[in-house]
Design a protein. Structure first.
Length: 102
């Protein structure tokens, strides 16, 4: 409900901006065209910024590997270094496990 009210308020502010431009002597179509053009320019700038930032981010290699492993598991394939139920915690992580808390 709150998002609907915020969106409605945003639309009313855009109409107010266009009406303000019309009060300065522009025709309605020109005022609305200017408001729309400003938002197209802002959207293009934000899109360019997002594109440049995404170029600097590294791909999530662990997530990609996990997803590929999941696809292979569904397809019935198995990795060479897959973990078995017979593997112990020490073999997997190289840490000793104690039954009591330290």
């Amino acid at each position: 409900m709150l998002l609907f009210l915020l969106l409605s308020a945003w639309v009313m502010l855009l109409f107010a901006a266009a009406t303000g431009l019309q009060a300065l002597g522009l025709p309605y179509w020109g005022a609305f065209l200017i408001v729309a053009g400003v938002f197209v320019v802002i959207g293009a700038i934000l899109g360019l910024v997002a594109f440049l930032v995404s170029k600097k981010l590294k791909a999530p290699e662990t997530t990609i590997e996990t997803a590929q492993s999941a696809v292979q598991a569904v397809q019935g394939k198995r990795r060479q270094n897959a973990v078995s139920y017979d593997d112990t915690f020490e073999e997997l992580y190289g840490k000793q496990v104690s039954a009591r808390a330290d």
